[in-house]
Every structure is written in C-alpha cells, then in structure tokens.
Design a protein. Structure first.
Ligand SMILES: [Zn+2]
Length: 122
C-alpha cells in the first residue's frame, strides 16, 4: 500500500468516542504524506492517528551490562583462580561480569549493577 494520504481523504478507523469503526477525514497531513490529524465524520471528534510502534523512543533503556564476547565461557569466580583482562566470570551474588582491569592480586569486574573489585591469584 503506497497510496499517499491527502487532506480530505476518508479513512475507516476505530473511533473511541463512537466505540466502533467509523469514517474519518484526514484534516492534517505532513509533506511526506503522513497522517497527522483526523476528524471522525460521525461524532466530529478530532484525533491523532495511533503512534506507530517503530517510532517509540527507547530512551532510558541504556544498559550498563558488560558486552560478553560470543563464545566466551564464563568462569566461576574463585579467589584462588587467576583471571585475565577480558575474562568473563560468574559470581554467585552478582552474576555474570567481565574483568575490566587486573592489578596485582586485584581484579575489577563490571557487572550489571556496577563495578566490583575482587582478589584473585596473581
Ligand atoms: Zn466518532
């Protein structure tokens, strides 16, 4: 369906006020042919077309989760084990994390909840 909508076009839509599908007239259309405003011919209510799901903003969904490299096996955290930079480890309390830095016997691990410092066998 590539028919562009023009002002004055009749569109059958569900009208909340009428509670049924009624004929709506396009009263405002953008330059791209996108429907901006409709008028129900039955009850005379102006309404905006339902927003498309694709344009829904995903703000606030930014996650701090570490990017676990594909195919990398998570090692169970154990203070007696040695970890290298970039290793993925599984902690009983914090879940999956990635080693962000190794300094002597200390490793900094990025988890979903933030960074934690652990000891390991250096
Ligand atoms: Zn209506």
């Amino acid at each position: 369906m590539d028919k562009r909508i023009r002002i004055g076009d009749d569109i059958d839509l569900m009208c909340k006020r009428c509670g049924e599908q009624t004929t709506h007239r396009a009263v405002a259309v953008s330059a791209e042919g996108k429907l901006l405003k409709l008028l129900c011919n039955t009850c005379g209510t102006y309404r905006k077309p339902a927003p498309s799901k694709a344009s829904k903003k995903r703000a606030g969904s930014v996650t701090q989760a570490p990017v676990i490299p594909a195919g990398k096996a998570a090692l169970a955290y154990d203070a007696s084990c040695h970890f290298n930079l970039g290793d993925v480890l599984s902690h009983p309390r914090y879940g999956l994390g990635q080693v962000m830095s190794v300094l002597g016997h200390k490793i900094t691990v990025q988890f979903n909840i933030g960074q934690k410092v652990f000891i390991h066998r250096s």
